[in-house]
Design a protein around this ligand. Sequence first.
Ligand code: COA
Length: 212
Amino acid sequence: MNGAIKEVEKRWPPFTIKKLQQNQIKEVIKLHNKHLGKRDFINEEELKKRIKTNRGIFLIAEDNKTHKIIGIKFGYFDGKECTGRGIVVLPKWRRRGVGKVLVEEFEKQLKANQKIKKYVFGSATETGIPFHIYMGYNPVALMQFKDKNLRNKLNLSGFKILKEKYNKDYKIYQIHIKLKKSSQNLNNLKMLIKKFPKINVQYVFSKSTAKL
Ligand SMILES: CC(C)(COP(=O)(O)OP(=O)(O)OC[C@H]1O[C@@H](n2cnc3c(N)ncnc32)[C@H](O)[C@@H]1OP(=O)(O)O)[C@@H](O)C(=O)NCCC(=O)NCCS
């Protein structure tokens, strides 16, 4: 099976989930940056190091015909936590179950890892929010801003604050807000982004690996 983890033959066109290889790193960084934007934590050195030391899960989906990479799903292990570091499926392959199979394989590998207890990731994309809700994840809203003084000007009455603190590591103020089931959707996120134009708002999804 040439390194294949899972072969998906019933779907058309078929694809295969594999582990990312060192010689594919440059290609997947390009793919990541094109669809999710450039991020500090996605770079050649970091990916090489983490693959070598098994500090993460790095999956690719490959077109069985052309052997081209059509999707990626990454997560980094730090301590007992795994942080999702992006999922992308090429536009012409979307809505054919590639993302679902990538996440299912990712969850299977997470569950098999005794050291990792929690899986957490953020999203604010048009496709990422409905996709992860479909995959069974429940979001909370995360509001972030660098200028601490903004806090006094923020009116959060009517919102249930789960936790808030100044995160010294990232030098950013963070407020986690509980969302009613009926607000756990993309439209509500868009509404929050519009309502609070001066701060970064995204959804954060997390699960205990025992519940995967
Ligand atoms: C998010 C993404 C990875 C999903 O990949 P995918 O292969 O299209 O997902 P699947 O086909 O497995 O979708 C499974 C289900 O998720 C939901 N879903 C996926 N994309 C959706 C969308 N754009 N709108 C609404 N629901 C969506 C649907 O319920 C879908 O099932 P259905 O097609 O039978 O209705 C893909 O859209 C993508 O690469 N987006 C751009 C990058 C991005 O924003 N990544 C998320 C970062 S957190």
